[in-house]
Write a protein that binds this ligand. Structure first.
Ligand code: ADP
Length: 263
C-alpha cells in the first residue's frame, strides 16, 4: 500500500454522521474570523482529532459542538438533538472541586441530573474503574498526581455515558511519560467502548497514535484543509508507535500540517 493511496486528502463525507458541521462559521464580536465554512460530519464511533496550529479555531469548533456558543453562520446538525448529559467535555485543566472527594467530583454531572450520591455509587465506581482509579474514590484531588487528576476528569466526563466525548488538549500540560501512558489507556478504553470522540491537539504524534481520522486545520481564517484517515488497525499499543505504519502516517500528517501553516 502506498502513502498516496491510504492517506488521500479526501472530502469530508460520512454516510450517516452523528453530527455535522454544515457551513459553520464563527466570527467573534471583535471581528476575528475563528472559523469559516466548516462542512464536516463525524460518524458514530469515530475517534477524530482536530489538528492545527494555535489559533486555527480548534477549541472554537469543539465549544460549538458542546453547545457553548452558537455559530455565526451555518448550523450544527445532530442526528438526534443531544441533552446535556449526551456530551462529555474534558478540558486541558482537570477543573476538579478541591474540597470534594474523587467520588463526589465524578458524581457531579449525575447530581446535575438530580441523581443522588448513594444511588449513583455503582456508576461512579464503574467510571473510576474505566480510568484505572478503582480504590481512589475517597481520595481528594490534592492527593493525586496531574495524570490521576486528568483520569478523574475523564471519569467525570464518561459517567453519564455520553454519546460524544469532546477533549480539548487534555494531556498538553502533562509530562511526556504520563501523557503517553494516558494516550494508551484512553485508546484502550475507546477500543472497548467506542464512544465517539473529538480530540483537539497540536501534536502530530498524538493525533496519529489515537485517531481513526484527522482533520487538519489552518488559521486566519480557521478552516479544515485536510481530512486524513489513519487506517492502522485497533487496538494500537506501544508496538504501533515503533512501526513503519505509524512513521508513515506521521510523515504524511506532518506534511499536511506544514502545508496548512504555509497557506
Ligand atoms: P485554537 O484552539 O486552534 O488555538 P481558538 O479556537 O482558541 O484556536 O481561537 C481561534 C481564533 O479565535 C483565535 O484567533 C483566537 O484568538 C480567537 N478567539 C477565540 N475565542 C475568542 C473570543 N471569545 N473572542 C474573540 N476572539 C476569540
Amino acid at each position: 500500500m502506498t502513502v498516496a493511496s491510504d492517506l488521500l486528502e479526501r472530502p469530508s463525507q460520512v454516510s450517516s454522521p452523528l453530527v455535522r458541521f454544515e457551513g459553520v462559521g464563527k466570527t467573534f464580536r471583535n471581528g476575528t474570523k475563528a472559523l469559516v465554512g466548516l462542512d464536516v460530519g463525524i460518524g458514530a464511533g469515530e475517534f477524530v482529532s482536530l489538528l492545527g496550529p494555535s489559533g486555527c479555531g480548534k477549541s472554537t469548533a469543539l465549544r460549538l459542538l458542546a453547545g457553548l456558543g452558537r455559530p455565526s453562520s451555518g448550523r450544527i446538525a445532530w442526528s438526534e438533538p443531544p441533552d446535556r448529559h449526551d456530551i462529555g467535555f474534558v478540558f486541558q485543566e482537570p477543573t476538579l472541586m478541591p474540597w470534594a472527594s474523587v467520588a463526589r467530583n465524578v458524581h457531579l454531572p449525575l447530581k446535575l441530573q438530580g441523581l443522588r450520591y448513594r444511588a449513583s455509587m455503582p456508576r461512579v465506581e464503574e467510571a473510576l474503574e474505566m480510568v484505572g482509579l478503582e480504590g481512589f474514590a475517597a481520595s481528594y484531588p490534592r492527593e493525586l498526581s496531574g495524570g490521576m487528576k486528568m483520569r478523574v476528569s475523564i471519569a467525570r466526563a464518561l459517567v453519564t455515558q455520553p454519546r460524544i466525548l469532546l477533549m480539548d488538549e487534555p494531556f498538553a500540560a502533562l509530562d511526556e511519560i504520563t501523557r503517553s501512558r494516558l494516550n494508551g489507556d484512553l485508546l484502550h478504553l475507546w477500543t472497548e467502548r467506542r464512544f465517539t470522540t473529538v480530540f483537539v491537539t497540536h501534536s502530530v504524534y498524538e493525533s496519529v497514535f489515537l485517531s481513526s481520522r484527522i482533520l487538519v486545520m489552518a488559521a486566519r481564517p480557521g478552516r479544515i484543509v485536510a481530512d486524513l484517515p489513519v487506517d492502522a488497525p485497533f487496538p494500537r499499543d506501544e508496538a504501533f508507535r515503533m512501526s513503519e505504519s505509524y512513521n508513515r502516517h506521521c510523515r504524511a500528517v506532518s506534511a499536511a500540517l506544514r502545508r496548512a501553516m504555509e497557506q
